[in-house]
Design a protein around this ligand. Structure first.
Ligand code: URA
Length: 233
């Protein structure tokens, strides 16, 4: 791919704007040599205004989503794109969330511009476990774990039973729930179905990939080893 188109696809501007950046000497290699449209340079060796390029096409990011941010490009409240460089929304393809967390849920959110990877992780057939830490309004009764694990639980207005889910009780009002599917507001609706109410919800892991100590509101790219924890090569 031609250099201007490559950089434009990363959200740095239109192709014409990037051509102008090249003409103005703003695009260089690591050693400061000015690049031109015909140059064939590896991603890691390209600089714009002296700065390394954003993560290459096909990257996966993890974001520690805070509450009150929506997983959409625009909305009535703040969106996750306010936590990322503006360019990530302007990339072609866009850096899109892999699945969603609702506005009141915090925690691990993955994003990628690779549609196949997005599909592989979110496909209902993948059954990648997702772990949620929930705080509840009422004490657990002790019957929830068996209910959630039964494989026969029905959510209101649904006819397909939920897949078995694993509930680990931490204390009377805190629990860790592992799901292998992702229905609309599933955790909140599961606890509502057993007469409880989720007061706070945070996703802590997807597959073997954990949020770890990434501060709230921050993002980073995931490593090749971490891709394997998502079942990717
Ligand atoms: N379950 C929910 O209720 N909300 C989420 O964001 C994810 C799972």
């Amino acid at each position: 791919m031609k250099l201007a188109k490559y950089i434009a696809n990363l959200g740095y501007g239109s192709r014409r704007e990037v051509m102008r950046m090249l003409d103005n000497g703003r695009v260089t290699s690591g050693d400061g040599t000015e690049l031109t449209e015909g140059d064939d340079v590896a991603h890691a060796d390209i600089r714009v205004d002296g700065e390394p390029l954003d993560p290459p096409l096909g990257s996966i990011l993890m974001l520690h989503k805070p509450v009150d941010f929506e997983c959409s490009t625009r909305g009535s409240v703040r969106t996750i794109y306010e936590l990322l460089p503006d360019r990530f929304r302007l990339r072609s393809p866009i850096m899109a969330p892999i699945g969603r967390l609702d506005v009141d849920t915090s925690g691990l959110l993955l994003l990628t511009d690779d549609g196949q990877v997005n599909h592989r992780i979110t496909s209902p057939r993948t059954h990648l476990p997702k772990i949620y830490a929930a705080e509840l309004a009422n004490d657990l009764t002790g019957t929830e774990a068996a209910n959630f694990a039964s494989g026969t639980m029905l959510l209101e207005s649904e006819t397909e039973p939920l897949l078995p889910a694993d509930l680990e009780i931490i204390d009377s009002r805190r629990a860790r729930l592992t799901l292998t599917e992702g229905r609309y507001h599933q955790v909140r609706r599961m606890f509502a179905a057993v007469g409880n109410h989720v007061v706070s919800l945070r996703r802590t892991a997807i597959g073997g990939l954990e949020l770890g100590d990434l501060p709230e509101g921050e993002w980073r790219t995931i490593t090749p080893d971490e891709r394997k924890l998502l079942g990717l090569l």
